[in-house]
Design a protein around this ligand. Sequence first.
Ligand SMILES: C[S@@+](CC[C@H](N)C(=O)[O-])C[C@H]1O[C@@H](n2cnc3c(N)ncnc32)[C@H](O)[C@@H]1O
Length: 296
Amino acid sequence: MSREVLGFLLDAPGEIFIDATLGDGGHARALLSERPDIVLYGIDRDIEAIEFAKERLCGFGHRIQFIHGRFGEIAKKRDIPPAAGVLFDLGLSSRQVDNPERGFSFSRDARLDMRMDTSQKTTAYDIVNETSRGELTKIIATYGEQPGAGRIARAIDVYREKEPIETTLELAGIVRKAIHPATAADLARVFQSIRIVVNDELGELKRGLAGMLEVLMPGGIMVVISYHSLEDRIVKQFFVTEEKGCICDPDMPVCRCGHKPRLERLTKKPIVPSESEIKENPRARSAKLRAASKLI
Ligand SMILES: C[S@@+](CC[C@H](N)C(=O)[O-])C[C@H]1O[C@@H](n2cnc3c(N)ncnc32)[C@H](O)[C@@H]1O
């Protein structure tokens, strides 16, 4: 959704931009090319993404600053000057999904890993093998929104009583047996649920949105592309709340929160990719873009 991203960000007033999810640097490159006056801070928690983007974007010299880390943490530290634009393009890059060593894909044999930041301790192996059956059911139902979560958790529990579940294909096989016949969508949802927990993706998103709102200058633009309903709900909720004045319980006779509107939504409904974009890049099919500008 490069055209839409540029449509919102190109006219943002100021010279500092943040790509909070640099990935392969596609959006960063487009922004740096179209706005020769800007400096862009590119953040990614995946060191491989940072190294790849460094090579790809080396032609922009000091106009791009690379930061390895989580966007929630970095926004909190406020090491970045007030920004005119912030972009979040959430989830995984194609390179992460397609790299068999990272263990994100249910169709490629790999150790159960799924860490975006490979220096982090907790992996998918830990979640799959060490979480109680009840917790696993909750994870699969809540973060995968997957029917039959209890049956899948039970099948995992029975299998791991004999031996630990080491690989992606072992886990996929267990899910296939538990909800026979399992579709690719079922497997994707189960893997997504575990990945979300391994990387604390929803907690990160909440911290990232709140933190980057502080970093944005008045008049600055925030653009968020999400890829599943749990993410999109958080983004929508955040924008709606920050657009409101008082957020006290409606039963309160007088306002006690003192909340002031801090954002104006530029998209009341999310923008979705065109048919032709989905044809070109089927992974974009679930993308939803929301944008807002900062008021104060
Ligand atoms: C969909 S890709 C971004 C693709 C990028 N916009 C491009 O044009 O190539 C998402 C990237 O965000 C990174 N990421 C996800 N959550 C993050 C977080 N909390 N902090 C920093 N990076 C994160 C992932 O490691 C991944 O590289």
